[in-house]
Design a protein around this ligand. Sequence first.
Ligand code: ADP
Length: 453
Amino acid sequence: MSNVLLRMALRREHDIFVIRQRGREVAAAVGVEHQDQIRLATALSELGRTLLAVPGGADVAFVAEPGTPPRLVVEIVAGPEAAAVLAGVPVVTAVRRLVDGLETDGGESATRVRLSRRLPIGAAPLTSERIAALREQLAANEPGTPLDELAVQNRELLAALDEVRSQRDELAETNSGVMALYNELSQELEETNRGVVALYNELDEKSAQLKAASEAKSRFLANVSHELRAPVTAVIGLTRLLADSGSDPLTPEQARHVDLIRGSATDLLTLVNDLLDLAKAEAGRLEPTWTEVDLRALFGQLRGTSRAVITRPEVELLVEDPPPGSIVVSDEALLAQVLRNLLTNAIKFTERGTVEMSLRAATGPNDWEIEVSDTGRGIPAELHERIFEEFYQVPGSSTGRTGTGLGLPYARRLVTLLGGFLRMASEPGKGSVFTVVLPRRPAVPASAKRDEG
Ligand code: ADP
């Protein structure tokens, strides 16, 4: 059984209107969407115009194809010359764009052209009953005059123009939406930027305040400790005088009290001196005096003074003799102060074993490493940084020992001032190693160089 819905012939100029009109009519009947009806009708009238030039014209059949997806197919049969005519015409490319499929098959006796357009999802299924009914309905329709078709075409043109206009409006709307979004975003960005700038200003202000506060603290400490030093020294002098054999004899009770006063005043003087040193270093008031320091001589001197500090026979002090000519450009007094401090700590916190000081050429050939190690109590890992804080002492470590908790922070400041850094490694129960890393020739600040010249 044939699925042909309608047949027509293409012989005269007039038939171009008919094929256009019939094409739209059939497409509408099978359920092709409005826009696609116009596309198909346009494709057919363009093809029709071309094929009319072929001798004998063409025969056209509109066929319903119920497959998946269902399609409307237009089969056109023309003379064998049609293939050559169609091949040289740019219209075919345009037509191809208007439909889903366009095939031309140039045979010896005829040229077959097949145009197809899918039916939209939801179109009524093409059953044989429906095809029969459609065939009947289309046969009953009389093709209109060219004038009718012109009117329809005009309406389509107007509709197309309307659509173009509404699309343009839509585009303009989208554009203004995008612009609004863009404006909103850039405004937000600007606000965020302003916020960040304000935050930075605040940070600058805060850090200036912090710096001022820290300077005020150092100034205060320096002044107070300086003012305290004279009276405390006087107290110590007076206790000496009281206990002197040339003075009036004291009762044993009085002598004990004077001893206590002297002991306390001496502790106080140590604290005041440490504070004053630290405050001076922090306030940048310590100007190193740069000279060539002979480390061999310095080690020898420290060996002598540290030996006097050892109170336990179970602790052995080993201060290495560096090779002659081990020179560092530094401030001898400040460097001696740092090393003495480290040696004193090592001796203080070591019950038995050895306290050692040695010199090493560091991995970088421009640095010296001076190592002070001990086999003492060691420091738990979590306190390795804290011991460099002012006044911090490891709990339980200072019982029965003198100390202010200012030694290490001061040592670290001095080493930094001398252009190096202080490093430590320690394990509880095993001992500690403090390492002073110093450049052999530090980049001496300009002001110091001026003094030299
Ligand atoms: P001070 O020695 O006056 O207490 P420091 O700042 O020199 O103050 O040292 C801080 C603390 O670090 C000490 O109280 C001690 O607990 C710990 N410490 C320093 N050196 C050693 C060391 N060689 N071995 C063990 N603990 C140490």
